[in-house]
Write a protein that binds this ligand. Structure first.
Ligand code: FAD
Length: 470
């Protein structure tokens, strides 16, 4: 352990925010210690978030394709079945390999790794209850809080991780539920709903708001919802969950229209509560050193990630902003660059968002609703994947590229893509927005044929002029 020698940087939390900050700090020549209570590195993202969900999304997609699409491509099996324990083992292997990989990166970069629960005793000292027993004090000139977030339940609903589960339980069910009810139509609910739906569950998504994924461009959202409905996902929008009763055999939900009115009931084998996440600072001793938080418990920082307490910083899910792994990583790098006396920068307008269903939906910049609200004159260019040769060649052509550009300057304001690999396609648009590109800049860039990326080029052509292939 680090004993009492002073660190330049101490990071509390080993998630995407914390571990990236620790590695970057060490790379910049700062003596660095990272404290993590979980026993493994990688935080929510690697252990119970991004990675296991993508592993299950991929495996369940393979099963679904094998069962429903392979035959039309001339690939036939006598029968296809799910081996759930094997699927879970594959997911667990991916998680273990990646979390161990980060331990390896810590060794390589000489980041000191302390396993235990960190708690402030002063603004430069953290007491750690070690996972192996005992207690040590870790000192640092600069301390970065990267304690992330935790699942949030709803009033009156107790998560037991068996029949009433959070995303963590939904990543580790031991049986395929016949009926799965998902509370909350955000990206996590839709991704986990897709996993179990593909494996055979009847999935109903209950959402209080009038639409799914509220941050999405409205037009793309409508098309996305129709696509999910074709996949047999059911939606009960503008609906409130009044109570959830798991005292009997299954689970019984009592619902009510969001605006009030007659109640109804819904039966389920498993209920997934995915109604958002909440910043995690329990037991950290923030009050002891007087770190300011907002009403929902997020730590307040300035643009240099400094809290109101000098020498104490915060990054990632525990501060305001999108709760996304890549945003936490950007925070981590910029925060450490400031500490090292360099300049750091994160453009929060250009953090891409991806829903990893099939097709995926990815976006960057402004939605059409946001552009309208700004009152600027704009143009829209769209191109459907039905007219993209690669998408047709592989018979996976559901989706669209939509580009919004300022009318006067042609500068791109936002890009929204629904496509099988939208999460990869979006980065051309992220880069374009970073460089302040026009739609014509993308349109005049040579794109390889036949690729799905050509749909981005054609949508750009459609924004300032005409596309060729439609
Ligand atoms: P976290 O990853 O939450 O890490 C914080 C760490 O700090 C934890 O490991 C915790 O144990 C530790 N810690 C907390 N308090 C202490 C303490 N006092 N002492 C020591 N250690 C402490 N984001 C994406 O970008 N893409 C995705 O596809 C995606 N999918 C997701 C799917 C699911 C099901 C979930 C739940 C989340 C998903 N996310 C995704 C969100 C992503 O996981 C988070 O945004 C990201 O993990 C935030 O990183 P962080 O470092 O701020 O916090």
């Amino acid at each position: 352990s680090s004993g009492s020698d002073e660190n330049d940087v101490v990071v509390i939390g080993g998630g995407p925010g914390g571990y990236v900050a620790a590695i970057k700090a060490a790379q910049l020549g700062l003596k660095t210690t990272c404290i993590e209570k979980r026993g493994t590195l990688g935080g929510t993202c690697l252990n119970v978030g991004c990675i296991p969900s993508k592993a299950l999304l991929h495996s369940s997609h393979m099963y679904h394709e094998a069962k429903h699409s392979f035959a039309s491509h001339g690939v036939k099996f006598p029968s296809v079945e799910v081996d759930l324990p094997a699927m879970m083992a594959q997911k667990d292997k991916a998680v273990t390999n990646l979390t161990r990989g980060i331990e390896g990166l810590f060794k390589k970069n000489k980041v000191n790794y302390v396993k235990g629960y960190g708690k402030f005793i002063s603004s430069s000292e953290v007491s750690v209850d070690s996972l192996e027993g005992g207690n040590t004090v870790v000192k640092g000139k600069n301390i970065i809080i990267a304690t992330g977030s935790d699942v949030k339940s709803l009033p009156g609903i107790t998560i037991d991780e068996k029949r009433i589960v959070s995303s963590t339980g939904a990543l580790a069910l031991s049986e395929i539920p016949k009926k799965l009810v998902v509370i909350g139509a955000g990206y996590i609910g839709l991704e986990m709903g897709s996993v179990w739906g593909r494996l055979g569950s009847e999935v109903t998504v209950v959402e209080f708001a009038s639409e799914i994924v509220p941050t999405m461009d409205g037009e793309v959202r409508k098309q996305f919802q129709r696509t999910l409905e074709k996949q047999k996902m059911k939606f009960l929008l503008k609906t409130k969950v009044v109570s959830v009763d798991s005292s009997g055999d299954g689970v019984r939900l009592t619902l009510e229209p969001a605006a009030g009115g007659e109640q109804s009931t819904l039966e389920a084998d498993v209920v997934l509560v995915s109604a958002g996440r909440t910043p995690f600072t329990a037991g950290l001793g923030l009050d002891k050193i007087g770190v300011e938080t907002d009403k929902v418990g997020r730590i307040l920082v300035n643009e240099r990630f400094t809290t109101n307490v000098p020498g104490v910083y915060a990054i990632g899910d525990v501060i305001p902003g999108p709760m996304l792994a890549h945003k936490a990583e950007e925070d981590g790098v910029a925060c450490v660059e400031f500490i090292a006396g360099k300049e750091g920068h994160v453009d929060y307008n250009l953090v891409p968002g991806v829903v990893y269903t099939h097709p995926e939906v990815a976006s960057v910049g402004k939605t059409e609703e946001q552009v309208k609200a700004l009152g600027v004159d704009y143009r829209v260019g769209k191109f459907p994947f039905l007219a993209n040769s690669r998408a047709k060649a592989i018979d996976d052509a559901e989706g669209v590229v939509k580009i919004l550009a300022e009318k006067e300057t042609d500068r791109i304001l936002g890009v929204h893509i629904m496509a099988p690999n939208a999460g990869e396609l979006i980065h051309e648009a992220v880069l374009a927005l970073h460089y302040g590109a026009s739609s014509e800049d993308i349109a005049r860039t040579c794109h390889a044929h036949p690729t799905m990326s050509e749909a981005v080029k054609e949508a750009a052509m459609a924004t300032y002029d005409k596309p060729i292939h439609i």
